[in-house]
Ligand binder design. Structure first.
Ligand code: 3HC
Length: 295
């Protein structure tokens, strides 16, 4: 098994910046590739903010934060990211976009480089097929917020070699996460169970079973979850949830995975959850408030 020294993260959004955080705190020299300078700046700010949050919570010293920040660079050039030992993709949840990116990176990366997708629901096999390295292709599915959630799903597809699988386990162990192995089946373990629950919460609201506040309070106090399902929809991002649900629905053709009409209406109206300041809740004040516009 080749030794991992340099990691590249493609995409510096919510998941990508979290993966950069855990990679640099885990001691890896890491390059984050974004499509433009403004996006690089945003990713850099997100990583600094998240490291500061970890410091406030007593998980990092100021020295460890500074050392971690010295291990990361933000680039727009794909070629300089492609020379890493492990490349983790965390771009938009769209198979055509992921395949186009992988096929470009495949032309630039050395033969030994391992590719990993952070997809939540798209086929690992279909992405691997866009490259000439099916044996060095695997899924590494992180959870949001990445610095906090302990789990990583390691998704082995039919072409993945034993050494790639072992290398993925080694990476996850070194960044202090706990791995579970899953088959290359849309949604893997966690989203297969979580997504129907989140969609059901939206359907319950749509059907007038309870208000946003009461559905969320019901589940936090009655089922002991850390965050109500509608708050979690906002946290994940309503557009992301919609893409994940669509791709699971297209794989299984099971109505449990079908996005409810309300979710589509919210997205076309620009309600994307926390990141847009508006979703089932409104963000911006001290505490999120149930969105009065949702009735
Ligand atoms: N390091 C870095 N960032 C941290 C952090 C840490 N140690 N602790 C919290 N954060 C971040 C959070 O992302 C959030 O960001 P914000 O600054 O933009 O608001 C903020 O800090 C919230 O911090 P708080 O201190 O207010 O929050 P808590 O410490 O009370 O916990 C929580 C927040 C960890 C999110 C908790 O409510 C929780 O566990 N919720 C459930 C999360 C969950 O289920 N995640 C899985 C989502 S599904 C998924 O990711 C799969 C995908 O494929 C759809």
């Amino acid at each position: 098994m080749s030794e991992l020294r340099r990691i590249a993260v493609l995409g510096g959004g919510l998941m990508g910046s979290g993966i950069v955080h855990v990679s640099i705190v885990g001691g890896y020299s890491t390059v984050c590739r974004e499509v433009g300078n403004a996006q690089c700046e945003r990713a850099h700010t997100a990583v600094k903010r998240s490291l500061s949050k970890a410091m406030e919570k007593g998980e990092l010293t100021a020295e460890a934060r500074d050392a971690a920040l010295n291990r990361v660079s933000f680039v727009t050039d794909l070629g300089s990211a492609a020379s890493a030992d492990l490349i983790v993709e965390a771009i938009v949840e769209d198979l055509a976009e992921k395949k186009a990116l992988w096929s470009a990176v495949d032309m630039l990366a050395p033969p030994a480089t391992v590719f990993a997708s952070n997809t939540s629901s798209l086929s690992i096999a279909a992405q691997a097929a866009a490259t000439r390295r099916g044996d060095r292709f695997i899924g590494l599915h992180f959870f949001s917020p990445v610095p906090v959630m302990q789990l990583v799903e390691i998704v082995r597809t039919v072409t993945t070699s034993d050494s790639t699988h072992a290398l993925a386990h080694e990476f996850v162990r070194r960044i202090g996460k706990i791995a579970i192995d899953t088959r290359d089946s849309s949604g893997f373990v966690v989203n297969r169970l979580l997504v129907p629950y989140l969609l059901d919460a939206i359907r319950a609201f749509e059907q007038g079973v309870g208000s946003v506040r009461d559905i969320d309070l019901g589940m936090t106090l009655g089922a002991g979850v850390p965050m109500g399902p509608l708050a979690l929809c906002d946290f994940v991002g309503l557009d992301t949830l919609h893409r994940v649900a669509e791709s699971m629905y297209s794989e299984y053709r099971d109505s449990r995975f079908a996005p409810p009409p309300l979710l589509r209406r919210m997205i076309v109206s620009g309600y994307l959850g926390r990141k847009s300041g508006n979703g089932f809740y409104r963000y911006g004040g001290n505490e999120p408030e149930p969105n009065a516009l949702m009735g």
